[in-house]
Design a protein around this ligand. Structure first.
Ligand code: 23J
Ligand code: MN
Length: 260
């Protein structure tokens, strides 16, 4: 019986006592991309183009060229993404300390609330009610908002754009402030296209999950899936972005280690 902690982890993975759950969407040309008002620059959708497929362009190999915006599909938001984080030299995808890419997760289930109200906002009172059942959010943890939004499989229903803006659930500014100031989290993750609520352009401050989290060197994860397969506490996330020089974020594979 191995006693070293990592050898015990390896054995638990081999026996299935610890499972790996993929929290990433499949990246494809139809992957929804955030839509900002037309006066702002636009993020490109995912594109893929075959180089060769065991054919006269390459008889023994298959490969593709890809192109995409940094914030496409399941993706990571680096602190430098927002103007409030612009002076953090360790806030780019290539300079964030790698230790921050492995951290525990607290999952707050807001699926019933989001089903009843597409503009549901998580407030500090919801977080404190969650802590009453599951314990205090530890320093350095990810906090993930489960909404079951990833079960919306058409781009239209996922983005849910209405005349007054996207009707998409997310955090209030007060909830984000609480997670930073009272809990010192690693970052904030959601199932929706961006870490902020759909109507967050009108919040004070605008886009608080970006403005406040990144201003505090915190990280973001967007377009997560399978959050319904995670326990409220106890999962460990592995979330390394691509090491893009001066990158503001990147698509990534998000893995959760779950015991039992
Ligand atoms: C740029 C501007 C506003 C937003 C975003 C990007 C994102 O959600 C993102 O993917 O970081 S809200
Ligand atoms: Mn982003």
């Amino acid at each position: 019986m191995p006693t070293d902690v990592l050898m015990r982890l390896a054995e638990a993975l081999a026996t299935g006592a610890v499972r790996v759950i993929d929290l990433s969407q499949t990246l494809q040309p139809s992957t929804p991309v955030i839509q900002l008002p037309p006066q702002f620059g636009a993020s490109n959708p995912f594109r893929i183009e075959e180089i060769s497929h065991y054919d006269d362009r390459g008889p023994g190999w298959y490969w593709n060229n890809i192109a995409l915006g940094e914030h496409t599909g399941t993706h990571f938001d680096a602190p430098i993404h927002w103007v409030t984080g612009k002076d953090y030299r360790d806030g780019y995808t290539d300079t964030i300390p790698a230790g921050r890419f492995v951290a525990p997760a607290c999952v707050i289930d807001c699926s019933k609330e989001a089903a009843a109200d597409e503009k549901f906002l998580l407030e500090p009172a919801h977080i404190e009610a969650w802590e009453g059942k599951h314990g205090r959010i530890p320093k350095g943890a990810w906090v993930l908002m489960r909404t079951d939004w990833s079960k919306r499989t058409t781009p239209e229903s996922f983005l849910n754009m209405k005349d007054d803006g996207p009707h998409v659930p997310g955090p209030s500014a007060a909830a984000i402030r609480f997670l930073i100031e009272q809990r010192d989290v690693n970052g904030w993750g959601v199932e929706a296209v961006g870490t902020d609520a759909g109507m967050a352009f009108g919040f004070e401050p605008a886009f608080p999950a970006h403005h406040l989290m990144h201003g505090a060197k915190k990280l973001g994860l967007a377009s997560l899936t399978n959050l319904d397969q995670l326990p409220p506490t106890g999962a460990v996330l592995i979330t390394p972005p691509l090491k893009i020089k001066n990158g503001s974020g990147s698509p990534l594979r998000v893995l959760a280690l779950v015991a039992g």
